[in-house]
Design a protein around this ligand. Structure first.
Ligand SMILES: Cc1cc2nc3c(=O)[nH]c(=O)nc-3n(C[C@H](O)[C@H](O)[C@H](O)COP(=O)(O)O)c2cc1C
Length: 217
């Protein structure tokens, strides 16, 4: 079997076997090193102008997970998972544009002239965007990173469930998160104690249109 075929098959296995898992082995610990490895894979995700607005709070202190439980409407995975990774989006991520493009220049990926143009254009554009537009960008990029994190976890033999079912105001308060950051989702990460239930998908024909919009009006 060619390497390409093998990689393709392994990837297919990861994406087809991922399920939202809601029952976790509460005694299972995942080391800081392993979580950092996962996050390092996740942050390879693409983002708008490469501004990487994602920020993570890794919650693996049991007493904090207990505090999170009522905020997550008593979803048991909040306490049983090895960690809850809160994905946040920085709505002012453009403020890091210098750091990001300085690094690209230092690595020799772009010339000083291109860097100058990129930095100026990015700063001017993003700083003039409405707060709603910047929030949408942070949420879109936050969704991409979240998916990549969940697949990276599955590839390492772990399971996850994305969670939008929590009180964002109480969550913000618990971690004293400034307004600048928008909570994207919580992701429970751990060793499955029971498989996720199988789910169905709408047929491809119902969700895909070729060359024209053919959806319901
Ligand atoms: C943004 C988002 C929020 C979700 N919130 C919750 C949640 O709070 N609790 C939960 O048990 N599942 C939650 N889910 C999981 C979905 O129910 C699940 O992805 C869907 O039913 C498809 O199942 P699968 O992930 O096993 O393929 C959420 C999924 C997404 C994408």
């Amino acid at each position: 079997m060619t390497t390409e075929l093998k990689v393709g098959q392994e990837f297919k296995k990861v994406i087809s076997e991922r399920r939202s898992v809601r029952k976790y082995d509460s005694s299972w610990k995942i080391s800081k090193k392993e979580i950092e490895e996962l996050l390092n894979e996740a942050i390879l995700a693409p983002s708008s102008s490469n501004l990487q607005p994602w920020r993570f709070i890794v919650i693996n202190d049991q007493s904090l997970q207990e505090k999170l439980l009522p905020i997550a409407y008593n979803q048991q995975q909040a306490v049983d998972a090895s960690a809850i990774i809160a994905v946040l989006g920085d709505t002012e991520a453009y403020r890091n544009v210098h750091t990001i493009y300085d690094k690209a220049q230092a690595e020799g990926f772009i010339t000083p002239e291109i860097k100058e143009t990129m930095v100026n254009n990015t700063w001017n554009n993003y700083s003039s965007f409405s707060p709603e537009r910047r929030r949408n960008i942070a949420l879109i990029d936050g969704g991409l990173i979240s998916m990549q994190l969940m697949l990276a976890a599955k590839a390492k033999g772990y399971d996850t469930v994305p969670m939008g079912g929590y009180d964002p105001v109480a969550f913000r308060e618990l971690f004293q998160i400034p307004e600048r950051y928008v909570p994207v989702m919580l992701i429970a990460l751990g060793k499955a104690a029971a498989e996720g239930r199988p789910t169905t998908r709408l047929p491809l024909e119902q969700v895909t249109y070729w060359n024209e919009f053919q959806g319901e009006k």
